[in-house]
Design a protein. Structure first.
Length: 289
């Protein structure tokens, strides 16, 4: 089982991050994918992990930092995501996030429940979550668009590897006892699922290892209330859903035949607002070079 998938050299990439059980946002992204397909654009959809585990907070108690209110519908979202992948084989891809990893031997999480994994699994009848777990186990960790020069991961590309094949030998489970703050340095998988940032040197080394022609890393994990940030090249952190108000949510739409040169270029020309009719709440972060 390869942990790195390679996207086609032609078509349109639609990429989104960190839905955390927001079914409305998921359906909005999927609607764009379907529209592009109807228009003959031959799209590829990549969701960069953390589809699961939304807030368990009432609208009255909802805090500002979580963005626009929504009800956690993780179970329904996963069902629709799995069906979408069956309907469009080879065109719909889900990358593993740290929240999915909690069901597969990753550290236990307690963001909105004492144990996020247990809380979700208990929403299924006895034995019904096991097929979901099997599906999650097969999710890749990295998506590469060779012609476009893009590499997509869940968190920042902090992993130290020499070739993409190195990831195929990395264990999936056995991280339950590792402290969350130690996960970015707990081997390649910990880095790919937990690092909020990395150095330019380490990021370029990872990009070169998985695709020598890659120039830009696209990822999520760290909620950016303004929708995205280019901290420095080659890093583009995107927030499509969780932690954002509707007017600030963005996703990536990119011509897979067009070579990206910098993260700033991709942010400037490839990002689309998820809800263009909703006014932004925050001023976009301006990249300073």
């Amino acid at each position: 089982m390869s942990r790195v998938i390679t996207l086609p050299d032609r078509g349109v990439l639609v990429a989104a991050t960190d839905l955390h059980g927001n079914l409305r946002d998921f359906r909005t992204v999927v609607a764009r994918f379907r529209r592009l397909r109807e228009d003959g654009a031959d799209p590829q959809l990549v969701l960069c992990g953390d589809l699961v585990h939304g807030p368990a907070i009432s609208e009255r108690e909802w805090p500002e930092h979580l963005g626009t209110f929504y009800d956690d519908q993780t179970r329904e979202l996963l069902a629709e995501a799995e069906q979408l992948q069956r309907d469009f084989p080879g065109r719909v891809h889900f990358l593993l996030g740290n929240h999915e990893h909690a069901h597969l031997g990753g550290p236990r999480l307690s963001k909105f429940h004492p144990d996020e994994a247990v809380a979700l699994e208990h929403r299924y009848a006895a034995g019904r979550f096991e097929p979901v777990r099997d599906w999650l186990t097969g999710w890749p960790w990295v998506a590469v668009a060779p012609n476009a020069g893009l590499v997509l991961t869940h968190a920042a590309p902090h992993a130290q590897i020499t070739t993409a094949r190195d990831l195929d030998d990395v264990r999936l489970g056995g991280y339950e006892q590792i402290a969350l703050h130690d996960m970015p340095e707990a081997g390649p998988l910990g880095a790919l699922l937990w690092a909020r940032t990395t150095t330019a040197e380490r990021a370029h080394a990872f990009l070169h290892a998985v695709n020598p022609a890659a120039n830009v890393a696209v990822y999520g994990h760290d909620p950016i209330r303004e929708g995205h940030v280019v901290e420095h090249e080659p890093l583009l952190c995107v927030s499509t859903s969780f932690g954002c108000h509707d007017g600030d949510k963005v996703f990536l739409e990119w011509d897979l035949a067009h070579k990206a040169t910098t993260a700033e270029e991709v942010a400037r020309t490839g990002l689309r607002r998820l809800y263009p009719d909703s006014p932004p709440r925050y001023r976009p972060i301006v990249y300073s070079g």
